[in-house]
Design a protein around this ligand. Structure first.
Ligand code: MN
Length: 301
C-alpha cells in the first residue's frame, strides 16, 4: 500500500499507516480497528476506498458501527473485496445463494451454530474465503462477542527450527463427512447446515500449506486449524493429532487477539486467511442473528 506510515506506532506487528480520509481506532495491539466517517449505504470514493483497504490489510478486521444497510448495499460493499461465493455448508439468507446467516434463536442450544472454537472458515475449498463481510441484525444485550486471533503474530513468534519444520508440511482439509456426522447426532445437538448444494465431492477436499503467505507482501502466517482437519499430508491421523493440538492452542494467547462486541447494525470485514475466529456463546435466552457474504480468496501459497 502506498499509504504513509506514522513513525513509531507499531500495532498488529507493523508500523501503522497514516489515514487522512477515515477515522481508524485500533481495537487492540494485535488486530482489529474501528473505522469511522464512512457510510456504507453509498459507493465509496476512490481515496476513501483506498484507505479502507489499507486498514483492512493492516488490521485484518475492520469494524463499522450503525450501518443500517439493505442486503443489496451489503453485497455491493462486499464486492470491493472480490468475487462473492456460495458455500456448500452454511445456511443461506434472504433468498440469496451468496449470502449466509449465523442464527441462534433464544431457545436454541449453543450446538446449533458452527464452531465455537478457534477456526478458519471453509479451508476444504481449493480457494478458501479471503474474507467475510458480516452484519448483526440481532445481538444479545451482553455477550455473544466474536474473538479473533492474528495468525501472522502466532507464526512470527515461533522458533526458527519449528518454522522450518512447519514450512514443509501440508494439511488435508475435508468437508465431505460433515452432513453424515451431523445426521448421527441427537436432533437437539445438531448443527444447522445447508440442506442441499451443487458442489462435487472433489470440491469438498483440498491440501493446503501449513504456513501460507500473503500474495502481495509475502508475510507468512500459520494456516492450521482443527475444523475440517484430516491429517498432515503423508502422516496418519494419530501422528497428526499431537502437533495439531499444539498448534490449535496458539490462537488462545491473549496477545494475538481482539474481540468484537456486536450491536444491531455493526458490520465487520475479517480476513479469513490470516486470522482465526470463534463465536463466544456466553449468553442465554436471547437471539443472535448475523448475516454475511463470503469473498473467494486465492489458492493458498
Ligand atoms: Mn466461522
Amino acid at each position: 500500500m502506498s499509504v504513509e506510515t506514522k513513525r513509531g506506532i507499531v500495532v498488529a506487528g507493523r508500523e501503522m499507516p497514516e489515514f487522512r480520509r477515515i477515522g481508524v481506532e485500533p481495537l487492540t495491539g494485535a488486530c482489529g480497528a474501528e473505522i469511522t466517517g464512512v457510510d456504507l449505504r453509498s459507493p465509496l470514493s476512490e481515496d476513501v476506498l483506498h484507505e479502507v483497504m489499507a486498514a483492512f490489510e493492516h488490521f485484518l478486521i475492520i469494524l463499522f458501527r450503525d450501518q443500517d444497510i439493505s442486503n443489496e448495499q451489503h453485497r455491493a460493499f462486499s464486492r470491493y473485496f472480490g468475487e462473492l461465493t456460495e458455500l456448500p455448508q452454511a445456511p443461506t439468507y434472504g433468498g440469496y445463494t451468496d449470502m449466509q446467516e449465523v442464527r441462534r434463536e433464544a431457545h436454541e442450544p449453543v450446538t446449533v451454530v458452527p464452531f465455537t472454537k478457534f477456526h478458519t472458515d471453509s479451508p476444504f475449498l481449493e480457494r478458501p474465503p479471503l474474507c467475510m463481510v458480516m452484519r448483526a441484525l440481532d445481538a444479545p444485550k451482553y455477550g455473544g462477542d466474536t474473538a479473533f486471533a492474528n495468525m501472522y503474530l502466532a507464526y512470527e513468534e515461533l522458533s526458527d527450527g519449528f518454522k522450518e519444520t512447519l514450512s514443509r508440511l501440508r494439511v488435508v482439509y475435508s468437508g465431505r463427512d460433515i452432513w453424515s456426522k451431523n445426521a448421527k447426532l441427537d436432533k437437539d445437538k445438531q448443527l444447522r447446515l445447508r440442506e442441499s448444494h451443487s458442489f462435487t465431492e472433489e470440491q469438498l477436499e483440498s491440501v493446503h500449506p501449513a504456513v501460507r503467505s500473503h500474495p502481495r507482501t509475502g508475510r507468512k502466517a500459520l494456516f492450521v486449524t482443527p475444523s475440517y482437519f484430516k491429517r498432515f499430508e503423508g502422516w496418519n491421523e494419530e501422528d497428526s493429532r499431537g502437533l495439531l493440538d499444539h498448534l490449535a492452542h496458539l490462537p488462545h494467547k491473549l496477545q494475538y487477539q481482539c474481540r468484537v462486541r456486536w450491536k444491531p447494525n455493526t458490520l465487520i470485514v475479517w480476513d479469513n486467511r490470516f486470522l482465526q475466529h470463534c463465536g463466544i456463546h456466553d449468553y442465554k435466552d436471547e437471539r443472535r442473528h448475523l448475516v454475511r457474504t463470503t469473498i473467494i480468496g486465492e489458492r493458498p501459497i
